[in-house]
Design a protein around this ligand. Sequence first.
Ligand code: NDP
Length: 251
Amino acid sequence: MRLDGTVALVTGASSGIGAAASVSLARQGAAVAVVARRRERLDELAARIRGDGGDVLVIEADITQEAQAVEAVERTASELGRIDTLVNNAGVMLLGPAAGAPMTEWQRMVEINVLGLLYCAHAALPYLLKAAGAGPRHVADMVNVSSVAGRVPRSGSSVYNLTKHGVGAFSEALRQEVGQKHVRISLVEPGAVETELAGHNRPEVLETIRARFGGIERMQPEDIADAITYIVTRPRHVAVNELLIRPTEQE
Ligand code: NDP
């Protein structure tokens, strides 16, 4: 199924997986609201999508602020007319041993990976339910981007594990609630993807990450965008609940 006539909102669209997913969904015909804090990056992305013939709405927002997350959803619905697809992708990964870790890093992960996602999910659900009842496809999608870290806890990523396991649990419970109303809730769990994500870590942690993944061919954001696009283009009776995607060489 193509996405012509539908509207998608992608959080964390200013780089990495979110930017690639926005391009991919727009190519399938969706009008895409691109949400993040870095306005210039969003404007560049919007120019690229428009250059492809796509329809895009730039929304500068910090989704850890509930009012901004809600406004991003409301603007998408009012300016683009509806919401058929929500891609909850914005996130941070701050790794390292728990003992002595800066509390601010834990707070940032909970605020973005959990609370930011919840603010967007809560605000968008009524629109997704409406789109599933009366949209061009009579089905709507929420795609939550978790991680291999949402399946497999590892020493050195305890709080990231906590946030992504939470995303997985929330997604499965919500799936059971809204599936019969034709809102599909899907979970995407990537392994190592070449993006800006690791770059927010402290230098000593970055070294550990480089040592672990430096020798393998990581995935590209487009690989995960493909998975997201696959999920939301399934026929109405098919729900892809979960996709775990690792680079071939990743343990
Ligand atoms: P990037 O760092 O490239 O992208 C993260 C995005 O999140 C950016 O667009 C950033 O935009 C946005 N973001 C961060 N904080 C906020 C905020 N407060 N409000 C709005 N947007 C915010 O990393 P990835 O593309 O790799 O990450 C995307 C998702 O994929 C994350 O959830 C991550 O956990 C997950 N993931 C990534 C993996 C990888 O190896 N790269 C592996 C497994 C999962 P801005 O700074 O402009 O606000």
